[in-house]
Design a protein. Structure first.
Length: 172
């Protein structure tokens, strides 16, 4: 591949390390514990049960019963999600766009691949980009344009050079 660097874009790692990585986990656990503790109060349980019985609707009754008796099972899903976040590491720290390919800086070393081995797709109302590169093990990471230095330049350069079509994508 040629050495024609078009642009280089650092990924802001604050969302993927330290506080940013754990913010969503903490918010989920806080919300879960708040609902769980409130539903343990006998007066709240009576009020919820009385409301469900007065509605005479089966799904309301079953939902209230779940909130009172089965809500603790959601902690299993939260624990699995917490473990997955704990194990997750960011694969690359920088994207370098060349005229004939893409370079991902992984652990301080650049890994270059041709455009047909990288698939780009818009996500979240075109405010983010999804990146997949089977050769390097990058799978559909969703990154906001603002998480990259000069994200607007990156978007324009990717539109011009990169592979945006699944029919052209070669995962290996």
């Amino acid at each position: 591949m040629e050495e024609n660097l078009v642009s280089s874009h650092q990924l802001n790692m604050s969302s993927y390390e330290g506080k940013g990585k754990w913010k969503g986990v903490i918010q989920g656990w806080v919300a879960f514990l708040a609902v769980y503790i409130v539903t343990r109060i006998p007066a709240v349980q009576q009020a919820m049960t009385g409301f469900a019985e007065s509605m005479h609707v089966d799904w309301v009754t079953s939902m209230v019963n779940f909130l009172i008796n089965g809500f603790i099972y959601i902690s299993i899903l939260l624990a699995i999600g917490t473990f997955m976040i704990w194990r997750k590491k960011q694969l690359f720290t920088e994207v370098r766009i060349y005229e004939d390919g893409i370079g991902f800086v992984i652990d301080g070393k650049e890994q270059r691949v041709p455009f047909e081995n990288v698939l780009f797709d818009y996500g979240k109302m075109q405010k983010s980009v999804c990146i997949e590169c089977g050769v390097l093990g990058i799978s559909m990471g969703n990154y906001y344009w603002t998480e990259f230095t000069q994200g607007d330049v990156m978007e324009k350069n990717l539109q011009r050079y990169a592979n945006w079509g699944i029919n052209k994508y070669k995962s290996k």
